[in-house]
Design a protein around this ligand. Structure first.
Ligand SMILES: Nc1ncnc2c1ncn2[C@@H]1O[C@H](COP(=O)(O)OP(=O)(O)OP(=O)(O)O)[C@@H](O)[C@H]1O
Ligand SMILES: [Mg+2]
Length: 250
């Protein structure tokens, strides 16, 4: 299979984009898929969580065409199938064209099964680059009224990206920091009833193990394999693979 590219994106900050992108990428790699995690966020949180080493040649050099992208990729210490393309904190001041990320990822299409892009919050040229490079988008959201309202905005941005990337689709939004309380369930039901954005069946439980895994700089299933969030990210990864491949020939 040629590389399938998914952007993990939400206009809103703090919705578990990085946690979801990093753990999804790690779980995909454990399932045997060669996976590339691209950290497009100048905060470089995914790079931190997955213990990427600073490199002379990084995403910033690759995306500005100053270096070959393959030279900027490093293997993740946690999995032989997981590779990292990480940047630098000045990335938000780069002058980019909307197509630049897509262009460099084209070089890697035959090397990986999946590419997961962790995006910055807000909508900048970096996020536009991710949406133009992606086959589809996962939207992690905290299921409350603010989260639901923010969905409209991200949906508009994805619609705008269609001008440059006709085929982009929202594979689904995923409820994160899920506590099962009535207000969260109501919010999820409302999003489902609107029927505009698909919703993953798997919700990611609110779990302190996610925060301690971040402290330890580890994927959740390596840190606390029996925690609810570790199980949820495994289920979520299976559901993601199923949704990506739904309707594709074997
Ligand atoms: N399921 C969860 N249970 C408890 N805490 C969580 C969960 N998911 C994420 N968090 C915590 O929420 C915070 C924000 O998570 P994360 O950095 O993944 O969000 P983000 O959307 O990437 O943020 P940003 O918009 O800044 O990029 C972190 O402290 C993280 O540990
Ligand atoms: Mg983040």
């Amino acid at each position: 299979m040629t590389m399938h590219v998914t952007a993990v994106e939400n206009y809103k900050g703090g919705t578990a984009k990085t946690t979801t992108a990093s753990n999804l990428a790690y779980e995909l790699s454990c399932a045997g898929y060669r996976t590339l995690l691209v950290d497009m966020d100048p905060q470089q949180n995914a790079a931190y969580l997955l213990r990427a080493k600073p490199r002379k040649v990084n995403l910033e050099n690759a995306i500005t065409m100053k270096a070959n992208v393959k030279k900027a990729i490093q293997r993740c210490v946690f999995s032989k199938n997981l590779f990292l393309l990480t940047g630098a904190d000045g990335m938000d001041s780069l002058e980019l064209n909307y197509i630049d990320l897509r262009f460099i990822l084209d070089e890697c299409r035959e090397d990986y099964d999946y590419c997961i892009i962790d995006c910055n919050p807000g909508m900048t040229m970096l996020t536009v680059n991710a949406l133009v490079a992606a086959d589809d988008v996962i939207i992690p959201l905290v299921p409350d009224a603010f989260g639901a309202a923010g969905l409209e905005k991200i949906k508009d941005y994805i619609d705008q990206a269609r001008e440059y990337n006709e085929g982009i689709r929202v594979i689904g939004c995923v409820a994160t920091m899920f506590n099962g309380r009535a207000s969260q369930l109501r919010t999820i039901r409302k999003i489902m009833e609107k029927n505009v954005i698909p919703v993953f069946d798997t919700c990611i439980s609110d779990s302190e193990a996610v925060n301690t895994a971040l402290e330890r700089r580890k994927p959740i299933s390596l840190h606390r394999s029996r925690s609810s969030a570790a199980k949820d990210y495994k289920d979520f990864t299976k559901e993601y693979v199923g949704r990506v491949n739904d309707g594709k020939p074997e």
